[in-house]
Ligand binder design. Structure first.
Ligand SMILES: NC(=O)c1ccc[n+]([C@@H]2O[C@H](COP(=O)([O-])OP(=O)(O)OC[C@H]3O[C@@H](n4cnc5c(N)ncnc54)[C@H](O)[C@@H]3O)[C@@H](O)[C@H]2O)c1
Length: 399
C-alpha cells in the first residue's frame, strides 16, 4: 500500500526474489507507470528491478488491494498544515493516510495474514491500525501485525534495503517473530526484534538524533557570527578532541523526515520533549536568521553603492544534488527574500518553479551583486567568482 519512494523498492526487490507482489496506490498515473514496467521516481537500479519484475509477471499494480498473505503499508505521514497542538504550539502528525490504507485492506485480510506498517509513525500508530482492523471486522487474534521502520537513504535504497539492520516490533511476541522471519528472507543486515511501540520510537529517535546534532552546529554558526569567529575553523579544532564530533551547519533542516518526525515526539510528550522541540525550533530559526542576514546585506549594499542589489539564491533543494524541495529551508529562504528583494534563483536539478525567476548558475554568478549559497550542489563547487558579495551558509565555496 503506497508505491512511493519507500513503498515501491521493497515490492520490486521481493518480486525479484520469487514473491508475487501486488502494488497498490491511490494515484492511477503511478499504477499505469508501474504496469508498463517503468518508474515515476528517481532511484538508481530501481527501474531495472521493476522492469524485470513486471516482465516476469511477478509485479502488478492496481488502485484496489487484493487477497494476499502479507500486507505492507508505506503511505505518507506528514503533519497537518492548518492546525497546531495548542499545548505545545507544535505541528500535529497526520496519520489519516495510514487509517485509510488500513481500512482499504481490511476486506481482503484472512486468518494467518501478516500486516506490516513501514511508514514513519507516532508511537501508538500500530495499535491504532489494530483497532481500525478490529472495527472493520478483522479477527485480530488470527492475524499478525508489526511495525518495521524504514531507514534507507534515497539514492542507495536498493542496496540499503538488503544491507541495513532492521528493527521489527509486533503488537505481540508471535507477530514480532512472524514479521522478523519475513524480513530475514531478504535482509542481510541484522533483524532486531522488539515491541511495536519501541520500534516506532526508535525511528523517531534516529531522526531526532540527527536534528538535535544539526541544531547544535546551526546554533554555533549563529553564535560565531556574532563573535566574529569562523565557525568552520572552530568545528575543525573542536573535533580534534577524541570524543567530539560536531556536524556541519547549514541554512536549516529540510526534507520530509528529519524536519517532520521529531514533531511526532513533541506532539505526544506533554511538554517533556524539551530538547527535541528546541532543536526543531533552532533549525527552523536558522532559516529565518539567514533571511534577516541577507536583507541586512542588501540594505548595506544599497547604502554603499546607491543601487538596489540583485540577490542570487543558489540552491532550492533540501540537500545537495537532488531535486526534492519538500520542507526545504533553501526554498523558504528564497521565497521570503523574493517578497522584498530583487531575487534570482538557481536550482540545477529543476527546470522552473512558480513565482521564482530561475536562471543558470553561471548567469547568476555574472549578473547578481550578492550570492547566497544555500545548498552545496556539486555545480557550485570551485566557481570562479569575482567582485561579488558572498554569503555561504553551507561551506560550498571553499568546501
Ligand atoms: N523517503 C524517505 O527517505 C523515507 C525514509 C524512511 C521512511 N520514510 C517514510 O515512509 C513513508 C512513505 O514515504 P514516501 O517517501 O514513500 O512517500 P511518497 O509520497 O513518495 O509515497 C507515498 C505513496 O503513497 C500513496 N498513497 C497515499 N495514500 C494512500 C492510500 N490510502 N493507499 C495507497 N496508497 C496511498 C501516494 O499516492 C504515494 O504514491 C512516510 O511515512 C515517510 O516518512 C520515508
Amino acid at each position: 500500500m503506497g508505491m512511493g519512494c519507500i513503498g515501491l523498492p521493497p515490492p520490486a526487490l521481493l518480486a525479484n526474489k520469487g514473491y508475487r507482489v501486488h502494488g497498490v496506490d491511490v494515484n492511477q498515473c503511478i499504477i499505469d507507470t508501474i504496469n508498463r514496467g517503468e518508474i515515476h521516481i528517481v532511484e538508481p537500479d530501481l527501474d531495472e528491478f521493476v522492469k524485470d519484475a513486471v516482465n516476469n509477471n511477478k509485479l502488478t499494480a492496481n488502485i484496489e488491494p487484493a487477497i494476499s498473505d502479507i500486507f505492507m503499508i508505506a503511505v505518507p505521514t506528514p503533519f497537518y498544515k492548518d492546525k497546531l497542538n495548542e499545548a505545545t504550539n507544535s505541528p500535529i502528525p497526520n496519520v489519516d493516510y495510514i487509517a485509510d490504507a488500513t481500512k482499504k485492506i481490511a476486506p481482503y485480510i484472512k486468518s494467518g495474514n501478516l500486516i506490516l506498517l513501514e511508514s514513519t509513525s507516532p508511537v501508538g500508530t500500530t495499535d491504532m491500525m489494530t483497532d481500525i482492523l478490529k472495527k472493520e471486522g478483522v479477527n485480530i487474534d488470527s492475524v499478525f501485525i508489526a511495525y518495521s521502520p524504514e531507514r534507507v537513504l534515497p539514492g542507495h535504497i536498493m542496496r540499503e534495503l538488503i544491507e541495513n539492520d532492521r528493527v521489527i516490533g509486533g503488537i505481540n511476541t508471535e507477530s514480532t517473530i512472524r514479521a522478523a522471519e519475513f524480513y530475514r528472507t531478504f535482509v542481510e543486515g541484522e533483524v532486531l526484534e522488539t515491541t511495536a511501540k519501541t520500534a516506532e520510537m526508535a525511528k523517531l529517535t534516529e531522526n531526532s538524533f540527527r536534528d538535535v546534532n544539526i541544531a547544535f552546529a546551526n546554533e554555533l554558526s549563529i553564535l560565531c557570527d556574532d563573535m566574529n569567529i569562523d565557525v568552520k575553523e572552530l568545528i575543525l579544532l573542536s573535533n580534534r578532541h577524541p570524543r567530539v564530533n560536531i556536524l556541519n551547519p547549514g541554512c536549516g533542516v529540510g526534507g520530509h523526515c528529519i524536519s517532520v518526525d521529531p514533531w511526532f515526539i513533541v506532539d505526544s510528550a506533554n511538554g517533556k520533549a524539551k530538547m527535541v522541540e528546541q532543536a526543531r525550533r533552532t533549525n527552523d530559526y536558522k532559516a529565518d536568521w539567514v533571511v534577516e542576514k541577507v536583507k541586512n546585506m542588501a540594505l548595506q549594499f544599497e547604502r554603499d553603492n546607491n543601487k538596489v542589489p540583485k540577490v542570487a539564491c543558489m540552491g532550492l533543494a533540501f540537500k545537495p544534488d537532488i531535486d526534492d524541495l519538500r520542507e526545504s529551508p533553501a526554498l523558504h529562504i528564497t521565497q521570503e527574500l523574493n517578497k522584498k528583494l530583487d531575487v534570482i534563483a538557481v536550482e540545477p536539478n529543476i527546470q522552473d518553479f512558480q513565482g521564482l525567476k530561475l536562471v543558470r548558475y553561471d548567469d547568476a554568478c555574472n549578473s547578481a551583486d550578492i550570492l547566497v549559497f544555500l545548498v552545496a550542489h556539486k555545480q557550485f563547487k570551485n566557481l570562479d567568482i569575482v567582485n561579488k558579495q558572498i554569503f555561504d551558509t553551507c561551506d560550498v565555496i571553499n568546501g
